[in-house]
Design a protein around this ligand. Structure first.
Ligand SMILES: [Zn+2]
Ligand SMILES: [Zn+2]
Length: 251
């Protein structure tokens, strides 16, 4: 199993020592992991930047120290929105050889991150989803360099209604997003952070994953979005069991 979405204390929202994350991944029997620290330029609520020289240097040390036990990759989760596109593209150009794996994510839309803003009490749920999927479409169309696109329906974890969203209601946006990922020969991330946020399926939800397959998508990545050692590979046995019955390849 491979956990290709995890954060350590190099991310602004994690206190986890990198070595503790690596040791937990080994204890869980993972063959490969990728640290994907947060960069979100001009995030309105928090500064999501990474000390890149220290990050790369520290990872190189652990890669060689643990090379007989686990394969470790250097990744970045880059949050894209119209306000930060030019800085994000410049950052990508600067680090594309040093960083081997890129997650493109949409965290900020309508001027904020649903983690910090209560969008669902301020506007109709249909508008929140529409605006969020517009943000994801902007991401996939303007940043076609991500190896995988992260937690495609992230916003639903903040939706207090039990119904959440239906694929049918947003099918034109979701089809456009999935088609762009497929056309660009990129991967769709299956993110299990959802289960830790009270959902009983990955991000994105199964109907979106099935639609991805229907449209011709093949490649997926698996990520726990762990910010602490205990969450590494969370719900992976369930996810891998479900994925094994589908026509998908794990990058
Ligand atoms: Zn994220
Ligand atoms: Zn993340």
């Amino acid at each position: 199993m491979k956990d290709f979405h995890m954060h350590s204390c190099f991310s602004a929202d994690s206190d986890a020592p990198m070595e503790a994350m690596i040791q937990a991944a080994i204890a869980r029997g993972l063959s490969e992991i990728c640290f994907t620290e947060h960069i979100d330029f001009h995030h309105p609520d928090m500064e999501f930047l990474v000390d890149m020289p220290a990050y790369i240097r520290t990872l190189e040390t652990y890669k060689s120290q643990y090379k007989d036990k686990i394969l470790i990759h250097t990744g970045i989760e880059l949050g894209i929105e119209p306000n930060n596109l030019s800085d994000s593209l410049a950052f990508y150009r600067e680090y594309r050889s040093a960083v081997s794996f890129w997650i493109g994510s949409c965290h900020v839309f309508d001027g904020g991150d649903p983690y910090d803003r209560d969008f669902f009490s301020r506007m109709p749920a249909s508008q929140v989803y529409r605006d969020y999927f517009d943000g994801v479409l902007y991401l996939v169309e303007h940043f076609p360099y991500a190896d995988t696109y992260g937690h495609l329906d992230y916003v639903m974890r903040f939706d207090p209604s039990p119904e959440k969203y239906s694929l049918d209601a947003f099918s034109s946006q979701i089809d456009a997003i999935l088609s762009a990922i497929i056309r660009q020969n990129r991967a769709l991330e299956l993110n299990t952070g959802s289960y830790r946020n009270g959902l009983n399926h990955p991000h994105p939800n199964w109907p979106v994953i099935h639609r991805y397959i229907e449209l011709g998508g093949t490649w997926v990545t698996t990520g726990s979005d762990a910010h602490t050692p205990k969450d590494i590979a969370s719900h992976f046995p369930l996810l891998y069991k479900n994925v094994s019955s589908l026509d998908l390849k794990i990058l």
